[in-house]
Design a protein around this ligand. Structure first.
Ligand SMILES: [Zn+2]
Length: 302
């Protein structure tokens, strides 16, 4: 085993050891030490590192990590750890992808452009940054999307670990459960944008357009989901083209749930202070493209 592999093997051991630690303080400290040790790039002995982190940190020797070369962020983390930064200071080192609602929407649009253009970066941060994420999460967006397996939120927006607070339920309905999730994201994680994203060919919307007798044949909780969608899709204009009609129904369902989300008091307060924007989005499975519904006109109910 080469030196680098040995380092990572020992870090893995430290994390397993941390997971067995008896108190949360032990867990946190051991994890910090493990991060500190790998960032200082030293071939180390778990016990020695735990006993003498300051001594090890004082003489860093950069190495290419087993998971790839050290990134700019790795170097920042290492510098902070050597200076004895606190957990909060370390967590704050991550450059936010978006500081305003406008920047957040732009980041999602750019990510989707990369995705549908075949240029996705699949931003999987380095192993060191991933380990540092144990300290805090700082997603810039909360996205409520459908559970459909063809609509994975992070992939569609080409975002990485820690970037999106994703909430998924068939038909992307706003109900007490999903509202609780985005209230948490807005209030505690200070997300900059709330997106309600429907998609082309949504089975939940299609089922909600079936006659009541057919819906009644579904299990209880499926009926509950359909009940949250049906009112939005019962008065769809008489569009003859079935594909166009389905798109219009999905759009109507998105608009209804954006309106419901906007009535939420936590969301309302964040919008009033310009912390948050609430938008709709339509994901087209066939092209990979997301159309955003942002203006009052685009989000108007009927
Ligand atoms: Zn769906």
């Amino acid at each position: 085993m080469d030196t680098t592999a040995a380092i990572y093997g020992r870090v893995g051991f430290a994390f397993r050891k941390a997971s067995m630690a008896s108190t949360s303080a032990d867990i946190t400290m051991t994890k910090i030490l493990a991060i500190a040790c790998v960032l200082t790039g030293l071939a180390w002995n778990t016990a020695a590192c735990a006993e003498e982190p300051a001594k090890k940190a004082a003489a860093p020797t950069p190495v290419a990590a087993a998971d790839g070369p050290l990134t700019e962020m790795d170097l920042k983390l290492r510098e902070a750890l050597v200076k004895g930064a606190s957990m909060e200071e370390i967590a704050k080192l991550k450059e936010p992808l978006a500081r305003t609602p406008q920047e957040a929407i732009h980041a999602l649009k750019s990510g989707n452009s990369r995705f549908f253009g075949g240029m996705a970066r699949r931003p999987e941060i380095s192993a060191n940054e991933r380990r540092a994420q144990i300290l805090q999460q700082t997603p810039f967006a909360v996205v409520l999307g459908c559970s459909d397996s063809r609509v994975p939120i992070e992939l569609v927006f080409d975002q990485g670990l820690g970037d999106i607070f994703a909430v998924r339920v068939a038909g992307q309905i706003v109900d007490p459960g999903t509202a609780g999730s985005f209230e948490y994201a807005v209030k505690h994680l200070k997300t900059k944008v709330l997106v309600i994203m429907g998609h082309e060919g949504c089975g939940a919307v299609k089922a909600a357009m079936l006659p009541a007798a057919e819906q009644k044949a579904e299990p209880e909780h499926v009926r509950y989901l359909l009940d949250q969608i049906t009112p939005a899709v019962t008065n769809i204009a008489n569009i003859r083209d079935p594909k166009a009609k389905m798109r219009e129904a999905v759009m109507a369902n998105i608009r209804k749930h954006v309106a419901l989300a906007k009535e939420n008091p936590v969301v309302k307060a964040a919008v009033a202070t310009n912390q948050l924007a609430v938008v709709g989005a339509f994901y087209e499975i066939s092209s990979g493209q997301v159309d955003f519904l942002e203006t009052e006109e685009e989000l108007r109910l009927n």
